[in-house]
Unconditional design. Sequence first.
Lengths: 87, 578
Amino acid sequence: MSQEHLRPGVWRRLFDSWLAIVARFGEVQTQVLVAGVYLLVIGPMGVFVAVTRRDLLHKRTLGVRDSAWSPADSVTTPDLERAKRLF
Amino acid sequence: MNVLGVSCFYHDAAAALLCEGELVAAAHEERFTRKRHDPAPPRQAVDYCLREAGLSMSDIDHLVFYDKPLLKFERILTTYLATFPRSLPSFTRAIPVWLKEKLLVNKALSRDLGFQGELLYAEHHQSHAASAFLASPFDEAAILTLDGVGEWATTTEGVGHGHTFELTDEIRFPHSLGLLYSAFTYYLGFKVNSAEYKVMGAAPYGEPKHVDTIFEHLVDLRDDGSFKLNMKFFAFDYGLTMTNARFERLFGEPRRDGESAMEAFHWDMAASVQKVTEEIVLRMVRNLHAKTGLSNLCMAGGVALNCVANGRIVREGPFEKLWVQPAAGDAGGALGAALFAWHQILGNERQHRMEHAYWGPAYSADEIQTTLDAYGAKAHTLPHGEMIERTAALLEAQKVVGWFQGRMEWGPRSLGSRSILADPRNEENWKRVNLKIKFRESFRPFAPACLAEKASEWFEIDRESPYMLLVCQVRADRKIPAVTHVDGSARLQTVTRASHEEFHDLIRAFDERTGCPIVINTSFNVRGEPIVCSPEDAYLCFMRTDMDVLVLGDHVLYKEEQPELEEDFDWRERYALD
C-alpha cells in the first residue's frame, strides 16, 4: 500500500478529529449514549409500568396481617450445572 | 480437590482457599493493596492463598464467585423501570460499569486471576449462609443472613443440617435492614458501606428519641420480624444518595456534613436507628426460633457485624448459642462461596469448623529482619518469653504498643495479630490512642481483649466472644475506663491460648503484673488505612504516629531509637477519611 492511500481525506480527518474529541470527552459521550438508552428503552417501559400502576418493587404498604417474608428464591438442591450459570 | 472462593466488584474484595474441604487461607485484598474496602478482583489475596497452600492457579479445581451477576443485573434493571425517570443519573453512572466489567465476571477473573477453568457462582445470600453455617461449630442450626442487598434478597432465614442448608424465606429489595442502617449512616455524615460501625459507636451517647417516628413513617414492622420500608423517604433505589429531602423534612434537620461536630440531634439519631435495628433483629430471631425449634443460631451479612444487636440476641433471644462468622460482611462471601461449592454442590461432608480467625499471612523472622534492615531500624531481638515480659512491662508503664504477631486476621477486627495495645485502666490512653495515634473521632470507643478464663469476672458474659462480635456490660465494680463505653458496655474479645498463644501469654503476663487480665485492643492502622499486613506496613504506621513501641515477632523497637522516616509525600493524603 502506497503512502498516498494512507493520506487522510476529508472524511478521515473528520473521523480522526472525532476520535480525538471522543478520547478527551469519552466519558461524556458514554453518558450521553447511556442516557439515550435510558430514555428510549427504559423510558417507554417505565411509563407503561407507571400508567398500569405495577408495583415492581412491592413498595405498597402491607395489610394488617400480611408478612413481608416471601419464599426464598434459592434452589434447595443446588447442582453443578446451575452453579455454572450467571443467573 | 482445591476450591477457591472470591468476592469482589462492590466492596471488600477477598479470597478464601479450601484444600480437600479444609480452610487453608483467607484474606482481604485491601490489606495487600493498601486501599480500604478495595473492590478490585483480589489478585494479591489469591496469590497469597495459593502461596500459603503451595499451589498455583492451575491446581485450582473450582473458582467460585460469591454472587450471581445476571440476577443482580435483573434487579437493577427492574429498579430502573420502577423508578423512571428519577433514576437517570444513577443509570448513566452504573450501566457503563456493568457493561464493562460486572456482567463479564468470568472474563475479568480469567484476566486478573489467571483462572482458565469454568467459573461457578453462588447466590449472594447462599454465600453468606454458607459462611455462617458451614464454618460454624454446629451440626444443626437456624441461619439468619442480613445485609444491604445481594441479588434480590436483603434478608434470608433457613436451616442447616450436617453439610447442607436450606434458605426458606427472604425479604427482598428495596426492603433492607442493612440499607436502612446505611441510610442513617449517610444522613449522619458518615461513609456508606464503611462507617456503619461508627453509628453503632455513637448510639450510646444519645437517647433513642426518634424510634417512634421511624416506626411510624419509615419502617412497617410485622410481628414475625418482617418489614417494609416506606420508600418515599429514601433515595437509594433511584438516586446517588441514600435519603431524600422528605427524609430531612421528617426529622427537621439537613444531612450532617462529615467533619462537622456531632450534636445532640445526631447522637439521638444514631441511638434511634440502633434501637430500631435491635428491635427488628430480635423479632426476626424470635420468629426464626419459633419456626425451627432449634437451639443454635448462625448469622452472617453486614448487619451481623452489629455487635450491640448480637449482644442482645445472646442476652434476650431464645437461642442458646450464637455463632457469627468473623468476616460476616461481603468479604466473607468468598469463604461462603467456596464452602457452598464444596458441600452443597459437590456433596462433601464437613471436616472444617472455624476455631479461630487467623487465616492471613505470617512473616518469618528473616522477613522481618529484612524490613528492619531496609529502614535502618534499631530493634532489640529478645528470647520469646522475654519479649512477652518486656511488652507487658511496657504496657504497664503506659506505653502504647504496636503488636505484630503470627498470621493476619480474617475479618474486619484486629484480634491480636495486627493490633495496637495499651493499658485499659488509664482513661488517658483512650484519648491518646484515638487522637494522636489513630487520628480518629474522639467519641469512638476501644475494645477490650480479655483472657477467656477471666472474662466473666470482669464482664457480664457467660460465653466466649473470640471475634469481638458481642457487646456486654462491664461489671460495675471493675474499673477499666479506656474500654468502657458511656453506657457501661464493652465490645469484648475473649482470648484463649489455643487460638492465639502469643497474645494470650502477653495478656496473662500483663495480668500477673497488674491484676488486670485485659488490654486495649484496637486495629493496627490509622483512620482510613486498611489494617497493616506486612512488617513494612507496621513499621511505617509505627513511625508515622505517636506509638511508643513496636513489637514485630520477637523484635522490640522503641520510637526514640529509630532513625527519622524520610518520605517525600504526606501519608495523610494517601488514606481518605471514612
